[in-house]
Every structure is written in structure tokens, then in C-alpha cells.
Design a protein around this ligand. Structure first.
Ligand code: ZN
Length: 224
């Protein structure tokens, strides 16, 4: 049975064959779930953050204090899922999202933790913010190929993570430098084996080789 690494997923029981996983909590209720899974499974690295869909303009600043206490409880934990979203209606606008994102990233740099970032139709804005945090280690989840990784995302510490949906775009995997490549199941942990099968085929790699590469890349951005 293979140990398939997952660079971005959410609280759920492990599927057979799952390896190291970055499990992201998106709001305080979710953080407790991620924490429980991490306590019971050494393959789990929990991430704690406020997702733009879960951002409450009245309470997020207070939630950031609770977030920091989760990070102190888990010395290897990361920060996220957080990010920018211009697709979804009925959530706070970009100014509040940017302010919350920056606070997450400042915390990540201050505590030397990786961040996992969501982005929908705001890649240029995200790249501009990331440029202010060159020392940050990050997973850019749901990578769509919107930017030129070499020119617009200069830090080698930022992994580009792809799932089955993103892979529908031809050539997406081969456009990512290998040392930055990550694979993710996001909301569909059961899709991990199929994801590795298809990605290995697209890259003409063995599944074992690909799993080792992704595990290595995840380790490079992990907190020490
Ligand atoms: Zn997600």
C-alpha cells in the first residue's frame, strides 16, 4: 500500500493508502477537528486559518488570537486555509480579505510556519502580497496556472498545488517546476489514488517516484 501525500485537504478520516497530509481548518469550529486528527495520526500536519468564505468582519480579529493559541499547541502546525476570493458572492470584500490575509502571513513569518493559500480570480493581487513576504513558506492550493511561476512568484518556497479539477487543463502539471509541485485532494480525499495515477501518467513518472517528490516538497515547506 502506497503512502500518498496530500498537500491540501480538510478534516476527514484517512483513506487507505494515505500518507502525510496537510489538513486545513477554515474556521474555529473546524480547527478543533484538525487538531483532533493531528493528535491521533502522526501523518497529519494541522493547518489553522480563516478561509475568506468564513471571514466575519466583526469577529475575525478576535479569532486570530485563538488561532495563535492553536499554533502554540501544535509546534509543527501551519496557517490556513486563508486567501483571497473574488468569485463568491456574499462574503466580505477584498479590502477586509487582504487585511486578514496579511495578518495570517505576518503570523506565519513570525512563528516560522508554512501557510496554505486559497485564491479565486485574484492571483495578481495575491502575487503582490506574497512579494512582501519573500521568506514565507507556502502552498498555493488549487493552482490554475494563472501566473508565470518563475517570473511572478519569485520565491522558491512557494509550492504550487494541483488537484484533479485543475488537471483538466492540459499541460498544467508539466508547467510547474518539479521542486515546486504538490498534489492535493482538497474536498475529495477519496480521489487521491486516481489523482496520483493520472498525474504520474501525465508526467511520465512512476507513482512511487511522484509520491516521494511531493512528500519531499511538503517536507521542505514544513515547520522545523
Ligand atoms: Zn481547501
Amino acid at each position: 500500500m502506497m503512502n500518498l501525500p496530500d498537500a491540501h485537504t480538510h478534516p476527514a478520516p484517512a483513506i487507505p493508502g494515505a500518507g502525510p497530509r496537510f489538513i486545513c481548518g477554515t474556521c474555529p469550529a473546524d480547527w478543533e477537528q484538525a487538531a483532533l486528527l493531528a493528535e491521533g495520526d502522526e501523518n497529519v500536519t494541522p493547518f489553522f486559518g480563516i478561509h475568506p468564505w468564513r471571514l466575519n468582519p466583526d469577529t475575525w480579529q478576535e479569532e486570530m488570537r485563538l488561532l495563535e493559541s492553536f499554533l502554540r499547541r501544535f509546534p509543527r502546525a501551519g496557517i490556513g486555509e486563508t486567501g483571497l476570493d473574488k468569485c463568491r458572492r456574499g462574503i466580505p470584500g477584498l479590502p477586509v480579505q487582504k487585511e486578514a490575509l496579511k495578518q495570517h502571513l505576518e503570523l506565519a513569518v513570525r512563528l516560522d510556519r508554512p501557510a496554505t493559500l486559497h485564491c479565486c480570480r485574484a492571483w495578481g493581487t495575491l502575487a503582490g502580497i506574497l512579494a512582501e513576504f519573500p521568506a514565507l513558506k507556502a502552498v498555493l492550493h488549487g493552482w490554475t496556472g494563472a501566473l508565470n511561476p518563475a517570473a511572478q512568484l519569485p520565491s522558491g518556497n512557494w509550492l504550487l498545488s494541483v488537484g484533479l479539477r485543475e488537471m483538466e487543463r492540459p499541460g498544467i502539471l508539466s508547467s510547474i517546476p518539479r521542486q515546486r509541485l504538490a498534489l492535493e485532494s482538497d474536498e475529495h480525499p477519496e480521489a487521491l489514488p486516481e489523482l496520483y495515477r493520472r498525474a504520474a501518467q501525465a508526467l511520465s513518472m512512476k507513482e512511487e517516484e511522484l509520491a516521494a517528490l511531493v512528500a519531499d516538497n511538503m517536507e521542505k515547506v514544513s515547520a522545523r
